[in-house]
Design a protein around this ligand. Structure first.
Ligand code: CA
Length: 229
């Protein structure tokens, strides 16, 4: 079962796709415009996007570019009435994974959807995961390993990045220190007692406006740490 967003302005086609994907036990959200489609992806877990090119507002290429720019890595399959080679290249350059030319058979499209979901599973990718997100006035970029503040950019070390990644995956929950150690340093590895705490101190200096009164990386007493978005 996957969470799929369809961005398509032809109601019959969108409805047909939705019915078939839901019949296969997927959950489906639909938008008829590009801007709303990008917002839909941001609002919920999304494992795959089916994306039309000719939309009433921004086109599918722009949707694709915005999603990738925002750090989303889930597969995007472009649906297009255009068949020119140049468009295919453009879609792929902007980060689409596959391209289906209209009119297509439903069986073919569903086969492509299954293949894309299998690939992203196999890649170990957690497809819905964002790699860029905001904390207050700062932007966190887990791929480029940096914090972008209004007036400066600060690099993140490997362990800082991984700590943020684990906390972000569980945002709002207290993550025990032991779990951070196990996930990041590995089972049976015991770095110095204060290792995690030291990285948290450093992270707070980069992320918090006032590191002494953190608003994003909170201490969950006797447990560990919690990220508040
Ligand atoms: Ca269209």
């Amino acid at each position: 079962m996957a969470h799929i967003v369809i961005i398509e302005d032809e109601p019959d086609l969108a409805m047909g796709l939705r019915d078939n994907l839901e019949f296969e036990k997927n959950t489906v959200a639909h938008s008829a415009t590009g801007v709303e489609g990008v917002a839909l992806v941001a609002q919920q877990r999304t494992d795959l996007v089916l994306l039309d090119i000719m939309l009433p507002d921004i086109d599918g290429f722009e949707v694709c570019r915005r999603l990738r720019e925002q750090g989303y890595t889930m597969p995007i399959i472009i649906l297009s009435a255009r068949s020119q080679e140049i468009d295919k290249v453009r879609g792929l350059e902007l980060g689409a994974d596959d391209y289906v030319t209209k009119p297509f058979s439903l069986r073919e499209l569903l086969a492509r959807v299954h293949a894309a979901l299998r690939r992203s599973d196999a890649a170990g990718a957690t497809p819905a995961k964002k790699t860029v997100f905001k904390l207050g006035d700062r932007q966190v970029d887990l791929v480029r390993q940096k914090i972008i503040a209004p007036t400066e950019e600060m690099p993140l070390g490997y362990y800082e990045t991984e700590i943020l990644r684990v906390l972000y995956d569980r945002a709002g929950e207290a993550v025990p220190r032991a779990e951070l150690l196990e996930k990041i340093w590995g089972v049976g590895v015991y770095p110095a007692d204060r290792t995690v705490d030291n990285h948290i101190v450093s992270l707070r200096r980069k992320i918090e406006v006032d590191a002494k009164n953190p608003r994003h990386i909170l201490t969950a007493h006797a447990v560990g740490y919690k990220l508040v978005l």
